[in-house]
Design a protein around this ligand. Structure first.
Ligand code: UDP
Length: 384
């Protein structure tokens, strides 16, 4: 009946489904566990008419021309340079830590001298991961590294991951480097912003193709079975020999038989306020205080003009797999990666079965990288 099944309709599943249908003329069934498409990019108006990101702030940014062009077929963009500040005591300081932050923290005169030292050590415009900065021998640079570590990374990372910055994959803290420039933007990419009408309409357009059928509110585990005795995929009880792209957690395919893959989850605490402005910034990171990691004020992300304002606080916790919990971040480390590989290896007995995405690949993808990977995977399946 179908040539391909895609499980999950986040950016990975949606982009892959589109390419399979459009470029390979395959009929695609998309199964989505949630009641809606778009995965964790999903956005919608809340009860007050404010466009919110139900699963936390998603800001699109890329320097990949092809991905940008591909997604631009399905949306126009509200282009803006996303800026973040951290609340440190009573101060709000720009993050990533950059030369503006340096001036704010050290004062003009001291900062001028330090700026020269940073530029001569790393080069103007350099992006230096905090763990690299900490390796420097120079006492003044060490002092800056200590400040950044203590005031921006330590507490936030403890909240987000339950571990210290040096205990987690260095690529994670490396996402937010110290930047040797006066650019306050959170990302350095050429293109950054939001789908003009929101993510959900963009996903609707991606999935709007005569060869794509989406079934939302369907848990793939209820309709698809990986029969290890037969080495076959069964769909609604019948053998399915087409391509399957799975974007969910891989341990769940096998009853978590080696133990659960660890992920971090989040609780989102939304609040609507009858005031036009709460914090004057799209995102404020709480890097030294509070139980939550950050507060997002949506109107500053989306550019929407509304009388009131809606904010969300994010409270991280360890995912347990309990009903209703959502895994957001893979906790990449040698031990967990090994466990992941054991599960991934079990999928190899099924031909045409492919793991794709943050959950299924146990990786930390951004939207653009995910779209690029999904498009490439789908294209590689031309003969699947
Ligand atoms: N991070 C931090 N303090 C900050 C911002 C980021 O310690 O003010 C660390 C933290 O470990 C976080 C990681 O850098 O998980 C990556 O941050 P990013 O903003 O990219 O996370 P995301 O938006 O994907 O949750």
């Amino acid at each position: 009946m179908y040539d391909a099944i895609v499980i999950g309709s986040g950016i990975a599943g949606a982009a892959a489904a589109r390419v399979l249908a459009e470029e390979q003329n395959k009929s695609v069934l998309v199964l989505e566990k949630k009641a809606h498409i778009g995965g964790n990019c999903y956005d919608e108006e809340d009860a007050y008419g404010v466009l919110i990101h139900r699963y936390g702030p998603h800001i699109f940014h890329t320097c990949d021309e092809e991905v940008y062009a591909w997604l631009s077929r399905f949306t126009d963009w509200y282009a803006f340079g996303h800026e973040v500040v951290a609340k440190v005591g009573e101060k709000l300081i720009p993050v990533p830590f950059n030369l503006n932050t340096l001036r704010q923290v050290y004062g003009e005169e001291k900062a001028a001298a330090l700026e020269e030292k940073l530029k001569s050590t790393f080069g103007e415009g350099a992006r230096v991961p905090i763990l690299k900065l900490r390796e420097q021998q120079d006492p003044e640079i060490q002092a800056i590294a200590d400040y950044v570590y203590e005031n921006i990374f330590l507490k936030y990372t403890m909240k987000q991951w339950g571990q210290k910055p040096e205990e987690i994959d260095p690529a994670v803290t490396g996402r937010v480097p110290v930047v040797i420039s006066y650019d306050n933007r959170y990302f350095g990419d050429k293109y950054q912003g939001m789908p003009r009408d929101g993510y959900t309409p963009m996903f609707e357009k991606i999935l709007d193709h005569p060869l794509i059928e989406v079934r939302a509110g369907v848990d793939a585990r209820d309709v698809m079975e990986l029969s290890e005795s037969m080495g076959k995929v069964l769909l609604y009880g019948e053998e399915f020999s087409g391509s399957v792209i799975y974007t969910g957690p891989v341990d769940e395919l096998f009853g978590c038989r080696f133990g659960r893959l660890p992920y971090r989850s989040l609780r989102f605490d939304f609040e609507h306020l009858d005031i036009p402005d709460y914090q004057g910034h799209s995102v404020v990171n709480y890097t030294v205080s509070e139980e939550f990691t950050r507060i997002t004020e949506f109107k500053y992300l989306t550019g929407q003009e509304t009388e009131g304002t809606t904010i969300v606080r994010e409270y991280p916790f360890a995912y347990t797999g309990a009903e209703g919990e959502i895994p957001y971040y893979a906790i990449m480390n040698p031990e967990n990666n090994k466990l992941y590989e054991r599960y991934a290896a079990l999928t190899e007995q099924f031909s045409h079965f492919h793991l794709l995405g943050r959950l299924a690949e146990y990786k930390y993808y951004n939207i653009d990288a995910m779209a690029g990977k999904a498009i490439a995977l789908a294209r590689s399946l031309a003969k699947d």
